[in-house]
Design a protein around this ligand. Structure first.
Ligand code: AMP
Ligand code: MG
Length: 412
């Protein structure tokens, strides 16, 4: 087998390739209908449109009194002629000059009134109300007009959206009890390595527990896929060939380990023998340098060869595999989530690589500080377990001082 030609890219180039491939995927061909209670995390296959105007009527946003705003300038008492609660049909009584109708938050505005005077802004008298001195109202104040939030037939949640609480709330508000969602892609997870043992098994001194298959399964689920963990493949051509056979029954193959320069790192060789087209065979990043992305033409499937070091596996999954899985699931916006923060400690490194440092982003609502966590490198899961994000250091940055702006990769 001729050795595969290396394609080593910068992180931004590699990410662009994955996203371009993700954008070219066609929508999943199969959809199913599920109840809204079961739809969280699924990807919408048909847009949700407003079945009526939102709000359906001019809605009071306050508890108070529906009035004519012009009446307030006079500063006189207003006669309260009726009471209106949310859930009551519109009144036949309308608000005339010098009159008010007591109204609750969420109730439809009565005819004649053009504003709501908050209950906190009046003195309640035996026969009416007196607005507090100097209190004025603009027409429309404390009212959301019918159709201001959405018009009948307008798209509320577009197809291709992964459904979170807000989307489900919006769907239900438009009358949906069930929604159409795409079938979830099946993702094969294949850990490779002679040293690996499964959890619960006896582990000898020289052996390592296969943690990657389990952390990857969680990440796959979070990306909207259905993980399929395969038995560990040993570092032989035959075993890898055999395992890959099963793995390619899925919609995407994730391999972990066996992509470095070691003597028994056979993954690329086996993929080459299966007619793989490699889109990259390494990325100038740390952790994650040996990450491989490619396409199996015969099966028309993508694969990732993720480096075996657990933090490398995790980071390269989040950056490259997650977007592709999300796109396979029909998501139209599959990019990872980055935010800006202030690094809380100085940092120096040799430029040339994009670095992803496990870090702790402040959970105080009014601070955006992020503190790198001391670690032993890309095998250090213990340190990474104390992190809630990764600081991104671009390849051209050599030195950062405390307080400098940085990007952080948010992971869940
Ligand atoms: P490799 O990418 O196969 O060269 O492996 C790099 C490092 O990651 C080695 O220390 C491996 O023991 C470790 N490793 C590989 N696969 C796994 C796995 N599935 N779970 C935990 N550690 C692994
Ligand atoms: Mg290995």
């Amino acid at each position: 087998m001729p050795p595969q030609e290396e394609i080593i890219l910068d992180y931004t180039e590699a990410a662009a390739i994955v996203l371009a491939r993700a954008a070219r995927l066609s929508q999943p061909s199969q959809a199913e209908t599920v109840s809204v209670e079961k739809a969280a995390g699924r990807v919408l296959a048909a847009s949700i449109t407003a079945d009526r105007n939102q709000p359906p009527f001019d809605r009071s946003t306050r508890d108070g009194y529906a009035v004519r705003s012009a009446d307030l300038q006079v500063g006189e008492r207003l006669k309260v002629v009726a009471q209106l609660r949310a859930g009551q049909p519109a009144l036949t009584t309308s608000v005339g000059r010098g009159e008010a109708i007591e109204i609750m938050t969420g109730a439809p505005m009565p005819a004649g009134a053009d504003a709501v005077l908050m209950v906190e802004h009046v003195d309640v008298l035996a026969d009416g109300i007196r607005p507090h001195a100097g209190r004025s109202l603009k027409p429309g104040e404390n009212i959301v007009p019918a159709g201001a939030e959405a018009r009948t037939g307008g798209i509320i949640v577009p197809a291709g959206t992964r459904l979170r609480a807000t989307h489900l709330g919006a769907a239900v508000s438009c009358g949906a009890a069930v929604v159409d969602v795409y079938r979830q892609p099946r993702i094969a997870i294949l850990a490779t390595g002679d040293e690996l043992v499964e959890p619960g098994e006896m582990v000898k001194d020289f052996q390592i527990r296969n943690s990657n298959s389990y952390s990857l399964a969680v990440q796959v689920e979070r990306a909207g896929g259905i993980p399929g963990r395969l038995p560990i493949a040993r570092d032989t051509l035959e075993d890898l060939q055999r395992s890959l056979e099963t793995a390619t029954l899925s919609d995407l193959v994730l391999l972990s380990g066996g992509v470095s320069m070691g003597k028994f790192d056979f993954v690329e060789q086996v993929l080459t023998s299966r007619g793989a087209q490699f889109l990259f065979t390494g990325v100038r990043m740390q952790p994650g340098r040996p990450v491989v992305f490619g396409h199996l033409r015969e099966q028309s499937k993508y694969f990732f060869g993720l480096p075996g070091n657990p933090v490398s596996t995790m980071v390269t999954f989040a950056l490259f595999a997650a977007p592709l899985i999300r796109a396979l699931g029909g998501e139209t916006e599959p990019r990872p989530l980055f935010a800006r923060a202030h690094i809380a400690a100085p940092f120096r490194h040799k430029p040339g690589l994009t670095r992803f440092l496990p870090a702790s982003l402040s959970t105080d609502w009014d601070r955006a500080d992020v503190m790198p966590i001391a670690w032993q490198g890309s095998g250090d899961l213990a340190a990474t377990a104390r992190a809630n994000c990764f600081i991104v250091i671009p390849p051209d940055v050599q030195e950062l001082t405390a307080g400098d702006d940085v990007s952080v990769l948010l992971v869940d």
